[in-house]
Design a protein around this ligand. Structure first.
Ligand code: ZN
Length: 390
């Protein structure tokens, strides 16, 4: 269903703007009116990472008048494989600043507002209220529910995208006209069940595929052209090279946009999504060791059984010497391989998957089992100099 334009047109375009945007102006559906609406538009991009990079670059090039960038992270070398708004010389610099400079180079007519903060319940409403539309480039569930709820409460369209390995999804959540993110995903997945891109990897160019869909939809909503992705979920498979869209209906029972909402203000999203499950946090209490403690055990020659609960590709990149690989999905059926007569020590990349694995072991009677806080990453920064961080 076509929707009216979100933004009123600016009064005029300067001759400079007419030259710059001429390829838009000669498209009848965009034309002068649409370009003036883009000039007047204020779009906020949450995250200047994988999806934020192409989104910000194309929003800037398209002539969106005001762009907000929320990011508190710094550019890491491992970002450059996909976060094309940053360059080699930006490594170690704030992403927000680096992104602002790239936007200025693409289109100096764009006003850029930086928000170098961690978005949370205390600042989201104030920041969002200054924008017409929110583009989400984050990769964690707590932030997605936070962004969704703030958008529902403020009645702003929420252009969402998600990427993992070769798979991408995108939609426009807008409770006034269709479903919200909670209508599609009422509950966050159990902690540790859905690996992040940092844990599972992502094909760099997938960011461009999904980020460009997000910009495409933002432009349509801002200018009121075409059929926006409201009430539809776009699913992209880069290996099969298929796009399909499925209908998403507004859930009358939705906790925030349904008939009898139970969520009427922002909640604690970290707690709602749980960094680790209750079971895992119970299991890790008193059964967590540091990388330094593990190193001391190894130097003393303690008889321990060290289990790496990551995926084979991660094990190939870096591992703690003397460890045995058992991927998490194989662990339940391979418990019999674990010794009952010596302490089992588990580790993963950062300590989330190993915490979940520890809960499984404790339930199976491995009372002495422990896991390594911070995982192989913590070990690596302290005890392995030359191995690649991934
Ligand atoms: Zn909803």
């Amino acid at each position: 269903m076509p929707l009216p334009p979100l933004v009123a047109p600016a009064s005029e375009l300067t001759p400079n703007e007419v030259r710059r945007y001429s390829r838009h102006l000669i498209i009848p559906d965009v034309a002068m009116d649409g370009q003036k609406r883009l000039k007047n538009a204020k779009v906020l991009c949450v995250g200047a990472g994988g999806l934020g990079s192409p989104a910000l670059m194309y929003l800037a090039a398209a002539g969106v008048g005001t762009l907000g960038i929320i990011d508190f992270d710094v550019v890491d070398e491992s970002n450059l494989q996909r976060q094309v708004i940053h360059g080699q010389s930006d490594v170690g610099r704030p992403k927000a600043v680096s992104a602002k400079e790239s936007v200025a180079e693409i289109n100096p007519l764009v006003q850029v507002n930086l928000h170098e903060v961690r978005l949370d319940s205390s600042n989201v409403m104030e920041i969002f209220s200054g924008y017409d539309l929110i583009v989400d480039g984050t990769d964690n569930f707590a932030t997605r529910y936070l962004v969704n709820d703030a958008c529902v409460l403020l009645n702003k369209p929420y252009v969402w995208g998600s990427i993992y390995r070769f798979d991408g999804q995108a939609s426009v959540f807008w409770s006034e006209h269709g479903p919200c993110y909670r209508c599609l995903y009422p509950e966050p997945p159990p902690p540790g069940m859905v690996p992040s891109c940092a844990e599972g990897g992502v094909l760099g160019v997938l960011c461009a595929s999904i980020g460009s869909i997000q910009v495409n939809e933002a432009i349509k909503v801002l200018t009121g052209i075409g059929e926006p992705l409201v009430g539809r979920l776009m699913i992209y498979d880069a290996l099969e090279m298929t796009y399909r869209s499925v209908k998403v209906r507004k859930d009358p029972e939705c906790a925030i946009c349904g008939k009898n909402p139970t969520v009427t203000e922002l909640v604690d999203y970290e707690a709602f999504c749980g960094v680790v499950s209750d079971e895992a946090s119970e299991a890790t209490a008193g059964s967590t060791i540091t990388a330094g403690e593990l190193n001391a055990m190894k130097e003393r020659g303690d008889d321990i059984y060290l289990v790496d609960v990551r995926e084979p590709a991660e094990f190939e990149i870096v591992r703690i010497p003397g460890s045995v690989l058992i991927p998490p999905r194989e662990l339940p059926s391979r418990l019999s391989e674990l010794p009952q007569d010596k302490p089992v020590v588990l580790y993963c990349k950062t300590g989330v998957r190993s915490a979940e694995a520890l809960a499984l072991l404790k339930n199976a009677g491995f009372a002495d089992a422990t896991h390594v806080q911070g995982g192989v990453t913590a070990w690596q920064t302290q005890f392995l100099g030359d191995e690649p961080l991934y």
